[in-house]
Each structure stands twice: as C-alpha cells, then as structure tokens.
Design a protein around this ligand. Structure first.
Ligand SMILES: CC(C)(COP(=O)(O)OP(=O)(O)OC[C@H]1O[C@@H](n2cnc3c(N)ncnc32)[C@H](O)[C@@H]1OP(=O)(O)O)[C@@H](O)C(=O)NCCC(=O)NCCS
Length: 189
C-alpha cells in the first residue's frame, strides 16, 4: 500500500515515509547489519511472527536516492488476558554508517505522533532506557506486565499516549495484530 503522501516528514538528508513491500529486502539487510543474527531470537519476535505491523505504523527513513537508512515498526498487542490493547515498538534500527545523525530520533518521534493520531493508548518496548527515556519511555508502569519469554525487566519500558492508559495494566503481552499471509511470514519482523 502506497500512502507516502499522507505521512511524509522531511528532515535534512532524509524523509520518513510508510514502508512498502518493495522496501523489505533493503530493510532486512539493514537489520542484519545493525542488529546481527540474534535479532530473530528476541521475545518480541513471538509477538510479531505471523502478524502484520499495526496499520500505518511501519515507517522507513530514506535518503534522496530512495535508499533505506532506518526502520521502525509498531505491533498490535493485548495487555494480558482480556486486557486493553496497546502497541509494541520494534525493531528500531538505523544504518550503522548513519548513526547519531538524528534518524533514530526522527523515526521515534514520528512513530509516537502517528500512534497518537491513530488513537492508540500506549506503546511498550524492550530497549535501552537511556536512549528511550528522551521520548518519555520508562519502566514505571510495566512492573505488572510481562513479555512472553526471557527479557530484562529494567529494559521493559512504556509510554502512555493517553493519560492513564497503563494504569492497572497486568499480565503477559499477547499478539493482537492482523495475521500475515503465509508466503510473507518468513520475512515478517
Ligand atoms: C539505537 C539507534 C536506533 C539510534 O539511532 P541514531 O539515529 O543513531 O540515534 P540519534 O541520532 O537519534 O540519537 C543519537 C543519540 O542517541 C545516543 N544513543 C544511541 N544509542 C544509544 C543507546 N543504546 N543508549 C543510550 N544512548 C544511545 C547517542 O549517544 C546519541 O546521543 P547524543 O544525542 O547525546 O549525542 C541506532 O544506533 C541503532 O540502529 N542501533 C543498533 C540497533 C539497536 O540497538 N536498536 C535499538 C534497540 S534498543
């Protein structure tokens, strides 16, 4: 689906647009370069496998040539059995040759703004608190929540887009996203 016109954001040297199916090979190669082969073994992967990213929340940073410089996706999850819906963010990655150029921050800010605009209540992620704190993420309200597999508790972070959206949230996160068609499952996350 091509919806670039709707959500294009310009910054010096790159733009942020909706990811398209044609971006997938370049995105996969970028993730291998930025994160290495262990990226597929994360607990977050259990919530992404076989699912499509949340509608409108798979974003790419491109340069003027159209090359993929960065990527972020957000996924629909449920907070515990019968609990409220939320988003799980990840992976976020920037081409290693472009690090510290503001691309990661621009992707994060754009993703958070879009998620809020689309009416989502909260975003969760597993990542480095010193990086994600600048966008408002903290472990303050994730203590009674759990990922479906091993993770480091102090890296399990949340951000409320709607005040109080994580109040009383408890239980194991469950995948709640749209199912991926079979032929695309292998290149899901
Ligand atoms: C983490 C990542 C997405 C940041 O993207 P980026 O475009 O390099 O970051 P930005 O330019 O927006 O921000 C750079 C700032 O973030 C800081 N930063 C980057 N990674 C950090 C981390 N893991 N922890 C704390 N600070 C970090 C930099 O030191 C820099 O600080 P400064 O602004 O004070 O100079 C990118 O480095 C990356 O792809 N890393 C490999 C994959 C990864 O670790 N993904 C996130 C999983 S937690």
């Amino acid at each position: 689906m091509h919806i670039e016109k709707e959500i294009t954001k310009t910054s010096p040297g790159f733009i942020i647009v909706a990811e398209t199916f044609a971006d997938i090979p370049a995105r996969e190669a970028l993730l291998d370069r930025a994160m290495g082969p262990k990226r597929r073994k994360k607990s977050s992967e259990k919530l992404r496998r076989g699912r499509r990213p949340s509608e409108g929340l798979a974003l790419i940073a491109r340069n003027a040539d159209g090359s993929v410089l960065g990527t972020v996706r957000l996924w629909d999850v449920r907070l515990g059995e019968g609990g409220p819906d939320a988003l799980l963010l990840g992976p976020l990655a920037v081409d290693p040759t472009m690090k510290s150029g503001g691309i990661g921050s621009a992707l994060m800010r754009h993703a958070i703004a879009e998620a809020g605009r689309l009416g989502h209540g909260a975003v969760l992620l597993v990542g480095d608190a010193p990086y994600y704190a600048r966008f408002g993420f903290s472990a303050e309200k994730t203590g009674a929540l759990a990922m479906p597999g091993p993770y480091e508790r102090d890296r399990f972070l949340g951000l409320e887009l709607v005040h109080g959206a994580l109040d009383g949230a408890k239980g194991v996160l469950k995948a709640a996203g749209r199912k991926l068609r079979t032929e695309r499952t292998r290149i899901a996350a």
